[in-house]
Design a protein around this ligand. Sequence first.
Ligand SMILES: CNC(=O)c1c(C)[nH]c(/C=C2\C(=O)Nc3ccc(Cl)cc32)c1C
Length: 280
Amino acid sequence: MGPKLEEFEILSTIGSGSHGTVRKIRRRLDNQILVWKELNYGSMSETEKQGLVTEVNLLRELRHPNVVKFLHHVVERRTTTLYILMEYCPGGDLKRLISKCRQTSTFLEEGFIWRVLKQVCQALKVCHSRDLCGGRIILHRDIKPANVFLDAEGDVKLGDFGLARTLNSEASFATTFVGTPYYMSPEVINGQEYNEKSDMWSLGCLIYELCALHPPFQATNHKQLSAKIREARYDRIPIQYSNELQEILSLLLTYEDFLRPTALMVLHHTALQARTSTKN
Ligand SMILES: CNC(=O)c1c(C)[nH]c(/C=C2\C(=O)Nc3ccc(Cl)cc32)c1C
């Protein structure tokens, strides 16, 4: 029997994840701080509702130190609202960190960027393996700074699998991407199937943005952005960052998806091994 909504006190609204509002909450019983994402399914089609069931089942199965922990879900039929309860990440998201760096004209430490690369790859290694969900691959499908969070120790948590779905799943999200698709991969722009290497492209865009404080491909409209992504040409990251980091980025931002490294290959890359401590 899952928890009841009355067991929690809403403290504040802290963001809007894909498909819903994220609130900081306190469990009255033990004062533990959590978050819940509210998703109104009232106007969703049966397929989209099935997609939500898929997301909840994915989250339940995805247990890893670098994946935001799923705790419970609560369905409130009266308001057609699904509440997904997850762990609180006091460090906030990377989107806020990047905008703070822009405002103060400060760059992030290279060691932190290597740690983000390693820990997101550790999360994607689990998602892209066939060890979960009955041997199917889990694609995140929306890797971006707003979906990567930091816990109290500054460790990375990949979250908001709002568009995630397993391959071969019947459910299909009629998703409307909000915002500019800066991280969209060439194959998706060309109308091909989204695959795990598309997640790796988005990871490359994320790491690039942590270095340069802007995405690798920018434009004032979708048409120009698509053209730039298809060219797959971008400026080197700022000179204070190493050639090894630039080298890994050039592997991730390779135009042909089949030539990009898997998460496991990045984790085995000598530069990453050398640059990150063994602890995590
Ligand atoms: C200004 N916002 C924040 O500082 C912030 C903090 C401290 N935590 C968050 C967000 C989450 C958080 O703390 N845990 C989460 C689990 C899932 C999702 Cl989709 C989001 C979160 C945010 C947006």
